[in-house]
Design a protein around this ligand. Structure first.
Ligand SMILES: Cc1cc2nc3c(=O)[nH]c(=O)nc-3n(C[C@H](O)[C@H](O)[C@H](O)COP(=O)(O)OP(=O)(O)OC[C@H]3O[C@@H](n4cnc5c(N)ncnc54)[C@H](O)[C@@H]3O)c2cc1C
Length: 416
């Protein structure tokens, strides 16, 4: 006799940063949730699993605080006080053309609103998993979702070990290789960039003062992003062949290559963890919903990390979908009702598609050594640098504080 299905209101495939945030938001608002992930938390929390650190917009951080993650995240969150953007040229290194975003232009108080926070993904995952363990949320792992079937009354999800979960709504938070998206026949538009990001963390002697540096070099951006305890997360974008070679270098040789780009303004540097490589691509789902199914995060849109927006866009999906579900259940609709899905898609699709295309455009314009284009972008940067309202506009956009913001991103609870 086969086992009875696990019954719930919402089943989320994928307990990464987007999936677990949605699970927490819904369970705190009184919605019954099951989150299934292929990997057990111990694997995802190991230092060798994910070497990235994300620039977290002020609004995204406020949402995590509203969900109770503040005390766990704060000791690991590095305030971004200033961002220095410098245009570079092939063989001659960074040029003098630069653009500075200083948060004091928005808020002069010493402890005023930061431009955002740098948070290592590992600590974000720790905070989310701890909060999930405290919440009324069922996290099943290892549990890969291998099939699903929607009908008029709900959706039945099959896990790899044969168990079944019956819910009103299925959410794919499975990342770029979403099985559910393929099974629904939802096509994606996009392309591979001829770029791979080599990511690592370095420790340095002198304080970074919360300053993030981004050099636009012809092969792609080279970013130095401040972390707590005198460390910087490096995102070094090169062609796949060069990245491959960088990954194979001995630690000493890698460090000496890195030093040539990092400079000596922060004193001596040393490696503070392993190297990771991430091939970069653009991937946009043609739609974010199907009957009783919604896509969030990278399953819906994978964007270029040039301005650190991928997860922030995913968290906007989370906040919007959670609000659509909670508002609907309050008036007696089910989470998987077609009206919930339609409201979610209308709310999110334009914003995430435009963000993905803007990031794609930035990458094309800046990862380029074509003479006339270089002159134009230099002029554009000088213009923005000379006009304080233009700089303030970009800073407010990066903080994620504009447009039709869902409640959670404003730091408001969803309520039951
Ligand atoms: C180099 C680099 C730097 C970046 N920097 C930034 C930044 O500064 N700021 C920012 O906002 N974003 C940044 N991003 C983007 C950010 O990392 C991603 O947007 C984010 O990690 C996506 O999270 P997710 O939860 O949607 O997907 P994922 O992290 O891919 O999580 C998917 C989860 O689903 C699980 N899963 C997959 N398939 C199944 C299945 N069938 N059943 C069950 N579980 C499944 C996986 O095990 C995983 O846990 C960066 C990306 C890169 C590559």
């Amino acid at each position: 006799m086969s086992e009875a299905p696990i019954n719930t209101e919402v089943v989320i495939a994928g307990g990464g940063m987007a999936g677990l945030t949605l699970g927490l938001a819904l369970s705190q608002a009184g919605v019954d949730v099951v989150v299934a992930d292929t990997e057990i938390p111990a694997t995802q929390l190991a230092p060798t699993y994910d070497g990235r650190a994300c620039a977290i917009a002020y609004a995204s951080f406020r949402m995590w605080e509203a969900l109770g993650l503040g005390p766990t995240l704060q000791p690991h969150a590095q305030r971004i006080e200033k961002i220095l953007v410098t245009d570079g040229r092939a063989r001659t290194g960074p040029s003098l053309l630069s653009l500075a975003f200083d948060r004091r232009e928005l808020d002069a108080r010493p402890d005023g609103e930061a431009l955002g926070y740098m948070l290592e993904n590992r600590w974000t995952r720790v905070a989310l998993n701890e909060a999930a363990a405290r919440a009324d949320l069922r996290l099943i792992a290892p549990a890969a979702v291998v099939a699903h079937k929607a009908d008029a009354g709900g959706v039945t999800v099959t896990l790899k070990d044969g168990r079944a979960v019956r819910a009103s709504l299925l959410v794919s938070a499975e990342g770029r290789r979403s099985t559910i998206r393929s099974q629904e026949g939802i096509r994606t538009a996009g392309w591979k960039y001829n770029q791979t990001a080599v990511v690592c963390t370095v420790a340095h002697e002198k304080p970074h003062e919360g300053v993030a540096h981004e050099y636009f070099l012809p092969s792609g951006p080279f970013a130095m992003l401040p972390l707590t305890d005198n460390r910087m997360n490096i995102v070094w974008t090169e062609t796949p062949a060069i990245s491959d070679a960088l990954m194979k270098l001995s630690e000493a040789d890698f460090l000496s290559e890195l030093r040539a780009r990092f400079g000596d303004h922060l004193g001596a540097i040393s490696m503070a963890g392993p190297r990771f490589a991430y091939p970069l691509s653009l991937q946009l789902a043609e739609k974010f919903v199907a009957p009783r199914t919604a896509l969030i995060g990278d399953a819906a849109h994978g964007v270029h990390p040039i301005a650190g927006q991928g997860l922030n866009v995913g968290l906007r999906d989370v906040a919007a979908l959670a609000e659509c579900i909670v508002d609907a259940t309050r008036v007696g609709l089910e989470p998987g009702d077609a009206q919930v899905l339609s409201r979610y898609q209308t709310w999110r699709r334009f914003d995430s598609t435009s963000m993905a295309l803007v990031m794609d455009g930035f990458n094309k314009v800046f990862s380029n050594d074509f003479g006339p284009l270089r002159q134009w972008r230099g002029r554009g940067m000088a213009l923005i640098d000379a006009i304080p309202p233009a700089r303030k506009f970009f800073m407010r956009e990066a903080a994620g504080g504009s447009g039709d913001m869902p409640k959670l991103l404003k730091g408001e609870a969803l309520g039951v």
